[in-house]
Design a protein around this ligand. Structure first.
Ligand code: PXP
Length: 242
Protein backbone atom coordinates (compact mmCIF):
# COMPACT_ATOMS: atom_id res chain seq x y z
CA UNK A 1 0.00 0.00 0.00
CA UNK A 2 1.30 3.43 -0.86
CA UNK A 3 1.12 5.96 1.91
CA UNK A 4 0.23 9.11 0.01
CA UNK A 5 1.87 11.41 2.42
CA UNK A 6 5.22 10.72 3.99
CA UNK A 7 5.80 12.34 7.36
CA UNK A 8 9.05 13.96 8.38
CA UNK A 9 9.94 13.71 12.06
CA UNK A 10 12.99 15.62 13.20
CA UNK A 11 15.31 14.13 15.78
CA UNK A 12 16.63 16.94 18.01
CA UNK A 13 19.19 14.86 19.95
CA UNK A 14 22.13 16.64 18.42
CA UNK A 15 20.92 20.06 19.39
CA UNK A 16 21.38 18.74 22.92
CA UNK A 17 24.75 17.22 21.97
CA UNK A 18 26.00 20.70 21.13
CA UNK A 19 24.64 22.07 24.40
CA UNK A 20 26.36 19.29 26.34
CA UNK A 21 29.70 20.18 24.75
CA UNK A 22 29.67 23.11 27.19
CA UNK A 23 27.04 21.92 29.65
CA UNK A 24 25.23 25.26 29.47
CA UNK A 25 21.63 25.94 28.48
CA UNK A 26 22.12 26.56 24.76
CA UNK A 27 21.18 25.59 22.16
CA UNK A 28 17.83 24.53 23.55
CA UNK A 29 16.34 21.41 21.89
CA UNK A 30 12.81 22.52 22.71
CA UNK A 31 13.24 25.87 20.95
CA UNK A 32 14.75 23.98 18.00
CA UNK A 33 11.81 21.56 17.92
CA UNK A 34 9.33 24.44 17.73
CA UNK A 35 11.22 25.98 14.80
CA UNK A 36 11.27 22.58 13.05
CA UNK A 37 7.51 22.33 13.47
CA UNK A 38 7.04 25.82 12.02
CA UNK A 39 9.14 24.73 9.04
CA UNK A 40 6.96 21.70 8.34
CA UNK A 41 8.13 18.85 10.58
CA UNK A 42 5.16 16.67 11.50
CA UNK A 43 6.72 15.18 14.59
CA UNK A 44 9.68 15.49 16.92
CA UNK A 45 11.88 12.57 17.85
CA UNK A 46 14.24 12.39 20.80
CA UNK A 47 16.26 9.57 22.32
CA UNK A 48 16.53 9.59 26.08
CA UNK A 49 19.61 7.45 26.49
CA UNK A 50 20.35 5.70 29.73
CA UNK A 51 23.60 7.68 30.06
CA UNK A 52 21.79 10.98 29.28
CA UNK A 53 24.63 11.97 26.98
CA UNK A 54 22.50 14.43 25.02
CA UNK A 55 18.78 14.61 25.77
CA UNK A 56 18.02 14.97 29.50
CA UNK A 57 14.87 14.22 31.46
CA UNK A 58 13.89 17.91 31.53
CA UNK A 59 14.22 18.05 27.74
CA UNK A 60 11.83 15.15 27.28
CA UNK A 61 9.38 16.64 29.75
CA UNK A 62 9.59 20.01 28.01
CA UNK A 63 9.16 18.46 24.58
CA UNK A 64 6.17 16.42 25.74
CA UNK A 65 4.40 19.52 27.00
CA UNK A 66 5.57 22.20 24.53
CA UNK A 67 5.51 20.80 21.04
CA UNK A 68 2.40 21.15 18.91
CA UNK A 69 2.88 18.07 16.75
CA UNK A 70 3.69 14.68 18.24
CA UNK A 71 6.56 13.26 20.25
CA UNK A 72 8.29 10.07 19.19
CA UNK A 73 10.31 8.93 22.20
CA UNK A 74 13.19 6.63 21.34
CA UNK A 75 14.31 4.52 24.25
CA UNK A 76 15.84 1.26 25.33
CA UNK A 77 13.51 -1.27 26.90
CA UNK A 78 14.36 -0.82 30.57
CA UNK A 79 12.13 -0.48 33.62
CA UNK A 80 13.25 3.09 34.11
CA UNK A 81 12.36 4.08 30.53
CA UNK A 82 9.05 2.24 30.63
CA UNK A 83 8.21 4.23 33.75
CA UNK A 84 9.08 7.53 32.05
CA UNK A 85 7.11 6.65 28.90
CA UNK A 86 3.98 5.58 30.72
CA UNK A 87 4.11 8.75 32.83
CA UNK A 88 4.82 11.20 29.98
CA UNK A 89 2.65 9.45 27.42
CA UNK A 90 4.36 10.49 24.18
CA UNK A 91 2.39 9.75 21.01
CA UNK A 92 4.83 7.04 19.99
CA UNK A 93 7.61 5.01 21.59
CA UNK A 94 10.31 3.59 19.35
CA UNK A 95 12.28 0.86 21.07
CA UNK A 96 15.95 0.92 20.13
CA UNK A 97 18.99 -1.10 21.18
CA UNK A 98 21.49 0.78 23.30
CA UNK A 99 25.11 0.19 24.04
CA UNK A 100 26.95 2.65 26.21
CA UNK A 101 30.17 2.60 24.17
CA UNK A 102 28.52 3.28 20.81
CA UNK A 103 28.67 6.69 19.14
CA UNK A 104 25.17 6.23 17.75
CA UNK A 105 22.57 3.46 17.47
CA UNK A 106 24.63 1.06 15.39
CA UNK A 107 22.19 -1.68 14.49
CA UNK A 108 18.56 -2.63 14.79
CA UNK A 109 17.03 -4.38 17.78
CA UNK A 110 17.70 -8.07 18.10
CA UNK A 111 14.10 -9.24 18.09
CA UNK A 112 15.06 -12.86 18.72
CA UNK A 113 16.75 -12.09 22.00
CA UNK A 114 14.40 -12.38 24.94
CA UNK A 115 11.14 -12.07 22.97
CA UNK A 116 9.10 -12.48 26.16
CA UNK A 117 10.67 -9.37 27.67
CA UNK A 118 10.06 -7.46 24.44
CA UNK A 119 6.46 -8.63 24.19
CA UNK A 120 5.81 -7.68 27.84
CA UNK A 121 7.31 -4.23 27.34
CA UNK A 122 5.28 -3.64 24.18
CA UNK A 123 2.13 -4.73 25.95
CA UNK A 124 2.82 -2.36 28.83
CA UNK A 125 3.24 0.54 26.41
CA UNK A 126 0.12 -0.41 24.46
CA UNK A 127 -1.92 -0.67 27.65
CA UNK A 128 -0.83 2.88 28.42
CA UNK A 129 -2.34 3.86 25.06
CA UNK A 130 1.00 4.48 23.32
CA UNK A 131 1.77 3.67 19.73
CA UNK A 132 4.74 1.33 19.53
CA UNK A 133 7.50 0.99 16.97
CA UNK A 134 10.60 -1.25 16.81
CA UNK A 135 13.84 -0.05 15.25
CA UNK A 136 15.03 -3.06 13.26
CA UNK A 137 17.42 -3.92 10.47
CA UNK A 138 15.78 -4.29 7.05
CA UNK A 139 15.62 -8.02 7.39
CA UNK A 140 12.54 -10.08 6.53
CA UNK A 141 12.70 -12.30 9.58
CA UNK A 142 13.03 -9.24 11.86
CA UNK A 143 9.94 -7.75 10.18
CA UNK A 144 7.96 -10.94 10.73
CA UNK A 145 9.08 -11.27 14.35
CA UNK A 146 8.09 -7.66 14.98
CA UNK A 147 4.64 -8.40 13.67
CA UNK A 148 4.36 -11.40 15.99
CA UNK A 149 5.39 -9.19 18.89
CA UNK A 150 2.32 -7.02 18.31
CA UNK A 151 3.85 -3.63 17.51
CA UNK A 152 2.06 -0.99 15.49
CA UNK A 153 5.08 0.01 13.44
CA UNK A 154 8.62 -0.86 12.46
CA UNK A 155 11.37 1.64 11.80
CA UNK A 156 13.86 0.28 9.29
CA UNK A 157 17.50 1.11 9.98
CA UNK A 158 18.83 2.92 6.92
CA UNK A 159 22.42 3.03 8.22
CA UNK A 160 23.79 0.35 5.85
CA UNK A 161 22.25 2.17 2.88
CA UNK A 162 23.51 5.56 4.08
CA UNK A 163 27.02 4.22 4.55
CA UNK A 164 27.21 3.36 0.85
CA UNK A 165 25.40 0.03 0.81
CA UNK A 166 24.14 0.78 -2.70
CA UNK A 167 21.48 -1.20 -4.54
CA UNK A 168 21.76 -4.20 -2.27
CA UNK A 169 21.00 -2.13 0.82
CA UNK A 170 18.21 -0.31 -0.98
CA UNK A 171 16.67 -3.59 -2.13
CA UNK A 172 16.73 -4.86 1.44
CA UNK A 173 14.83 -1.72 2.52
CA UNK A 174 12.31 -2.18 -0.31
CA UNK A 175 11.70 -5.85 0.50
CA UNK A 176 11.36 -5.21 4.22
CA UNK A 177 8.95 -2.33 3.55
CA UNK A 178 6.77 -4.46 1.30
CA UNK A 179 6.66 -7.29 3.84
CA UNK A 180 5.91 -4.89 6.69
CA UNK A 181 3.00 -3.33 4.82
CA UNK A 182 1.68 -6.77 3.82
CA UNK A 183 1.58 -7.68 7.50
CA UNK A 184 -0.30 -4.49 8.31
CA UNK A 185 2.59 -2.74 10.03
CA UNK A 186 3.21 0.96 9.59
CA UNK A 187 6.66 1.31 8.05
CA UNK A 188 9.08 4.03 9.15
CA UNK A 189 12.76 4.49 8.36
CA UNK A 190 15.74 6.45 9.50
CA UNK A 191 19.40 6.81 10.37
CA UNK A 192 22.11 8.53 8.40
CA UNK A 193 19.71 10.12 5.91
CA UNK A 194 20.74 13.38 4.27
CA UNK A 195 19.34 15.63 1.56
CA UNK A 196 21.69 13.89 -0.87
CA UNK A 197 20.80 10.29 -0.08
CA UNK A 198 17.16 10.54 1.06
CA UNK A 199 15.56 10.32 -2.41
CA UNK A 200 15.58 6.55 -3.04
CA UNK A 201 14.34 5.85 0.51
CA UNK A 202 11.65 8.54 0.35
CA UNK A 203 10.49 6.99 -2.91
CA UNK A 204 9.72 3.62 -1.31
CA UNK A 205 5.93 3.75 -1.39
CA UNK A 206 5.23 1.90 1.86
CA UNK A 207 7.43 4.13 4.01
CA UNK A 208 5.16 6.61 5.77
CA UNK A 209 7.57 8.28 8.18
CA UNK A 210 11.22 9.29 8.15
CA UNK A 211 13.16 10.15 11.31
CA UNK A 212 16.11 12.39 10.54
CA UNK A 213 18.43 14.18 12.94
CA UNK A 214 22.16 14.54 12.49
CA UNK A 215 22.15 15.89 8.94
CA UNK A 216 19.39 18.38 9.77
CA UNK A 217 21.33 19.79 12.73
CA UNK A 218 24.59 19.78 10.74
CA UNK A 219 23.07 21.69 7.84
CA UNK A 220 21.40 24.08 10.29
CA UNK A 221 24.82 25.49 11.14
CA UNK A 222 24.99 26.91 7.61
CA UNK A 223 21.40 27.73 6.71
CA UNK A 224 19.46 27.71 9.98
CA UNK A 225 17.26 24.89 11.22
CA UNK A 226 14.07 26.03 9.49
CA UNK A 227 15.72 26.08 6.08
CA UNK A 228 17.41 22.78 6.81
CA UNK A 229 14.01 21.19 7.48
CA UNK A 230 12.52 22.80 4.36
CA UNK A 231 15.34 21.45 2.20
CA UNK A 232 14.72 17.95 3.50
CA UNK A 233 10.97 18.22 2.98
CA UNK A 234 11.48 19.31 -0.56
CA UNK A 235 13.98 16.49 -1.29
CA UNK A 236 11.43 14.00 0.07
CA UNK A 237 8.60 15.48 -1.94
CA UNK A 238 10.64 15.51 -5.15
CA UNK A 239 11.41 11.81 -4.74
CA UNK A 240 7.83 10.96 -3.89
CA UNK A 241 6.28 12.80 -6.81
CA UNK A 242 8.49 11.21 -9.47
N1 PXP B 1 15.86 6.68 14.05
C1 PXP B 1 16.42 6.08 15.13
C2 PXP B 1 15.70 4.94 15.75
C3 PXP B 1 17.62 6.54 15.66
O1 PXP B 1 18.16 5.93 16.73
C4 PXP B 1 18.24 7.66 15.07
C5 PXP B 1 19.51 8.19 15.65
O2 PXP B 1 19.30 8.63 16.93
C6 PXP B 1 17.62 8.26 13.98
C7 PXP B 1 16.45 7.74 13.47
C8 PXP B 1 18.18 9.49 13.33
O3 PXP B 1 19.42 9.22 12.76
P1 PXP B 1 20.30 10.42 12.23
O4 PXP B 1 20.62 11.28 13.41
O5 PXP B 1 21.51 9.72 11.65
O6 PXP B 1 19.48 11.14 11.21
Amino acid sequence: MRANHQRLYINVDHVATLRQARKTDEPDPIAAALLCEDAGAEGITAHLREDRRHIHDDDIRGLATSIRTVLNLEMALTDEMLGIATELRPYQVTLVPERRQEVTTEGGLNVDQDPKRLADGILRLKRAGLRTSLFIDPDLSAVERSHELGVDAIELHTGAYALGGGDQALDALRRASTRGAELGLAVHAGHGLTVRNVGPVAAIPEIEELNIGHSIVSRAIFVGIAESVREMRSAMQDARSR
